[in-house]
Design a protein around this ligand. Structure first.
Ligand code: 5RP
Length: 219
């Protein structure tokens, strides 16, 4: 089965977590795009929808959804998003699409976070995928030097500006043996807006699309 079909299968499996009257948060990326295409089938269950990026907002609006702000709705019943890497402990690397900051806010605001991935994203230890970090532009060199001290190799994502007007550093070669500790430590560096480790607020449910079907970890 190809990866695109697996992404569609994971997206479809997440629909059953959407209940009547839900305030729903929607992530960003190709797996989430597959979900957005299916959302009209459960439109009557959704009270309000909040988006994690300009790209996702545009797609939702094209399908006739009115996108609410997080400030207007308060907390979310459910947040559904993809990931670049995930462990069975539901720690994630996110931000391949550069939307990590708003994604982390929505995950933090959600009672339940369902993460939809294909099986290529499931890893024993995070860090093969370069770790995205959003930085304010004037702090980019300073933050890079600090990350080198932590034995990472930060590469500036050229010609890319986040929805918040910031830059992304993709950090290669980090050994993420303790995601909780590393997330907290990187968060201490001034100038960083958000680090793409999602461990302090992990996913609650992982839906992993495999050749044989969609496997669920968590509840
Ligand atoms: C965007 C993200 C995405 O969830 C992540 O990059 C996965 O994307 P895709 O579903 O296209 O593989 O974190 O910032």
């Amino acid at each position: 089965m190809d990866q695109a079909q697996k992404k569609r299968n994971a997206a479809k499996a997440s629909l059953e977590y959407i209940q009547d009257g839900y305030i729903l948060g929607i992530g960003t990326g190709s797996t989430v795009n597959a979900l957005i295409e299916l959302l009209p089938s459960v439109r009557n269950k959704i009270d309000a929808v909040v988006s994690s990026s300009v790209a996702t907002t545009e797609k939702l609006e094209q399908l006739g959804f009115e996108v609410a702000t997080l400030n207007a709705v308060g907390d979310l019943d459910l947040y559904i998003d993809g990931a670049d890497e995930a462990t069975k402990h539901m720690h994630l690397i996110k931000g391949g699409g550069g939307a990590l900051t708003r994604e982390k806010v929505l995950a933090g605001a959600a009672r339940k976070f369902v993460c939809i991935i294909d099986d290529s994203k499931l890893v024993g230890m995070l860090g093969r995928f370069p770790l995205p970090i959003e930085v304010i532009p004037m702090a980019q060199s300073f933050v890079s030097r600090r990350l080198v001290r932590m034995r990472g190799q930060p590469i500036w994502r050229e010609n890319f500006v986040t929805d918040n007007g910031n830059h992304i550093l993709d950090v290669h070669n980090l050994q993420i043996t303790n995601p909780l500790e590393l997330e907290s430590r990187i968060n201490q560096i001034p100038g960083i807006v958000c680090v793409g480790i999602f461990a302090n607020r992990p996913a609650d449910v992982l839906l992993i699309a495999e050749d044989s079907g969609v496997r669920t970890i968590g509840a």
